[in-house]
Design a protein around this ligand. Structure first.
Ligand SMILES: [Zn+2]
Length: 261
């Protein structure tokens, strides 16, 4: 049985009986892997409670070619993204990112770019700065990696280039921008300014941190961009994301509690 020791992020874990855990993790070299960690809830020496979200760990596991699940032997800490646990909004954003990856990534495969995307997202969330549009930059880049990158430069119907300004649309089922003329034919599912479509296009192609700095809180493009990205994600993944709904509900409650509108 081959043995591997790889840097990995835990995406999700489930308790199995009194002491074992089933763990889904994204490893640098072998992509998304699921395995059993026997005694994980009891053995501080082998696991130390490190099979947890928002940690980069070195996972040590055996793979049996005849079985889907690997056998996790132990893990050690590489990096703890501690500040995420101290900020509710960042924690919820991180949970959304992990749920998305657990949901959409295939098991095994070359997923180094996905690993790097998650590392960039968690790294940003650990900084002493506003979370900003971290989740939406994450989703825009994830769609690009997923191979369902929407088309923004030209109208998805008539192929005419979109002008530099004006109100355009976006069609979720057709996966792209819709020009002013085609909007009148009722093909767009969302209305969006050209600056919003341009933002979404740039997010997909630029480094994570630069993407965040393109738009800060209060930017009018963010509301449109979030609605388009969420609808497009749900369309392709097939159902809504529980973490995203929870995040919206919790943050809305918090705003109400603070007396904000
Ligand atoms: Zn058109």
């Amino acid at each position: 049985m081959p043995r591997y020791q790889e840097p990995a992020f835990v995406l999700k874990r489930w308790d199995l009986g009194e002491s074992d855990q089933l763990v889904s993790f994204l490893s640098f070299g072998r992509g998304k892997v699921k395995g059993i960690a026997k005694g994980a809830k009891r053995s501080k020496k082998r696991f130390g409670g490190l099979l947890s979200p928002f940690l980069l760990v070195q996972i040590d596991y055996f793979e049996n070619p005849n079985r889907d699940l690997v056998r996790i032997e132990g893990c050690g800490l590489i990096h703890y993204y501690a500040p995420i646990y101290g900020d509710l909004e960042k924690l919820l954003i991180g949970c959304c990112a992990l749920e998305f990856l657990e949901r959409v990534l295939p098991e095994r495969g070359e997923l180094e770019e996905w690993f790097s995307l998650l590392a960039s997202c968690l790294g940003w969330l650990s900084r002493p700065a506003e979370a900003g549009p971290a989740l939406w930059v994450f989703f825009a880049k994830a769609l690009h990696l997923f191979g369902v990158q929407p088309q923004f430069g030209k109208c998805i119907h008539c192929r005419r280039p979109l002008g530099p300004s004006g109100l355009f649309g976006f069609s979720v089922p057709h996966g792209g921008a819709v020009c002013g003329a085609c909007i009148k034919q009722g093909t767009a599912t969302h209305r969006a300014g050209s600056d919003t479509l341009s933002l979404l296009d740039k997010w997909a192609g630029m480094p994570f941190e630069e993407g965040i700095l393109l738009a800060s809180g209060g930017d009018k493009r963010l509301g449109e961009a979030e609605k388009i990205l969420e609808a497009f994600l749900v369309y392709h993944v097939g159902r809504e994301f529980r973490s995203l709904r929870v995040m919206r509900e919790v943050l809305e409650e918090r705003r109400k509690a603070k007396g904000e509108r």
